[in-house]
Design a protein around this ligand. Structure first.
Ligand SMILES: [Zn+2]
Length: 106
C-alpha cells in the first residue's frame, strides 16, 4: 500500500510509515472520532479530525487557527468543547500486544 502522507510504497500491514513516520494503518482502521495519544500537540483534537477525515493534521490546525481568529475566539471555544466531548483513543489494542508480554505485565 501507499503512505497517505508522503506517497511512498510501504508494507501492507505497517502501522507507521517508514519514510515520514506518520501513522497509516491506524488511519485506515479508524471509524470513530477520537483523540489519538500519539502525535498530539495539545489535546489531540486536530489530530483526531485529521485521521477521521483522512486529511493532513497540519491542514486541520491551520484551518482551525484561521477559523478561530476569524470568529474572534469561537474556534478556541470549539476546540475546548471538542476536547471535552471527543473520547480519548483507547490504549494499545489487545491484538497489538504479544500474548507473552500481556501475561507478564498482568
Ligand atoms: Zn509516509
Amino acid at each position: 500500500m501507499y503512505c497517505n502522507y508522503c506517497g511512498k510504497v510501504i508494507q501492507d500491514d505497517a502501522n507507521l510509515c517508514a519514510y515520514c513516520g506518520k501513522r497509516v494503518g491506524a488511519v485506515v482502521a479508524r471509524k470513530r472520532l477520537v483523540r489519538p495519544r500519539v502525535g498530539r500537540k495539545i489535546a489531540g483534537v486536530c489530530l483526531g479530525f485529521s485521521e477521521f477525515f483522512d486529511i493532513d493534521v497540519v491542514l486541520v490546525r491551520v484551518i482551525w487557527l484561521i477559523v478561530a481568529v476569524a470568529t474572534g475566539g469561537m474556534g478556541a471555544l470549539a476546540y475546548v468543547i471538542a476536547w471535552i466531548v471527543m473520547p480519548e483513543e483507547p490504549r494499545a489494542l489487545p491484538a497489538a500486544a504479544p500474548v507473552g508480554e500481556r501475561v507478564a505485565s498482568s
